[in-house]
Write a protein that binds this ligand. Sequence first.
Ligand code: ZN
Ligand code: ZN
Length: 367
Amino acid sequence: MTDNVYEKRRQRLYRLLEEHGVAAVLVTSTAGVYYFTGVWLNPGERASAVILQPGHDPVWVVPEMFRHEAAASDVEKRYWNDGGNPYRLMAEVVAKGGALAVDGDWSTRHLLALAAEVGADTLPRSADGVLGALRAVKDEAEIRALEQASQWADQVVARIREFLTPVRTERQAAEELARLWREVGSPEMSFPPIVAAGSRGAAPHHEPDDSQLGRDTTVIVDTGGFYRHYCSDITRTFVLGRATAEMEQVYRVVLAAQQAGIAAAKPGVTLGEVDRAVRQVIQDAGYGPYFTHRTGHGVGLDIHELPYVMADNPQRLEVGMVMSIEPGVYLPNRFGVRIEDLVVIEAGGARSLNRAPKQWEEVVIEV
Ligand code: ZN
Ligand code: ZN
């Protein structure tokens, strides 16, 4: 990515800030700083903030010890040393009199110290709404990164399928996922993987344990990695051995619901309408009470970010939004099914970033 990308993002932000009547934003999260500068920096307990103000050049107040990393960005830097007062530096950069906003990722300790410097008449407000709205619409470079991360997810899913046997444990499968992610090129995973077999699959966020996967039941595998800090997130439900008629029926309902969601997701449609399209299929099949979570979430530098595909969300889909569509049915003490893909909203509708097979015949593993 060229620096031009970051400048374009800052210009988009300035327009939004003017609409919202905000004079200055302090961006402090690692992902937020990366989004606007191209530098991935975790400053630990030390204060770091990129200050963005319409009509002013951006300024990054950053610890001196990170001078080398920060130098990769063309944004003007103000360095501070241990024992110095970074909050005073920040207060000096912020233009007097306007509304100041800070992202919600900053620790309260930093926020209170900044508030003491800027004075009570400029108490900061939350920048999360405006930053979230900006980052919800991806630019081309971001979509390319999310596509690559999703292709890796497809490869990992294809290979974990070969690993699953009745005697292997959930924990072994989770460790194999970590290994597969390293092998495709992602040293870290974007979240701890979920492997949930049998009745444990009825808990949507089950943590893998030492139980064997067993036979004649479903196995939910939910996993993701990173490409250039962009997350992937995919779920496939496999069947080890012979499925009951109800397992097959539930699987087909969840798949039809997911496909209804992808078909409904178009520019101008509300996120609530997408959720309703998905939920309707599951309700019509009689499993409504067992679909216990929202339909999906935005994915980007964070694994869960705006926009949220959930009931009554009035926000409208826009070209460039990327989100998961991930309905599930969880039958207590019996089994669970969830199917998840990432989609990008284009002018003609939603395009799936994942291609891992998900037809019923393709997820049954003979044992
Ligand atoms: Zn997931
Ligand atoms: Zn997800």
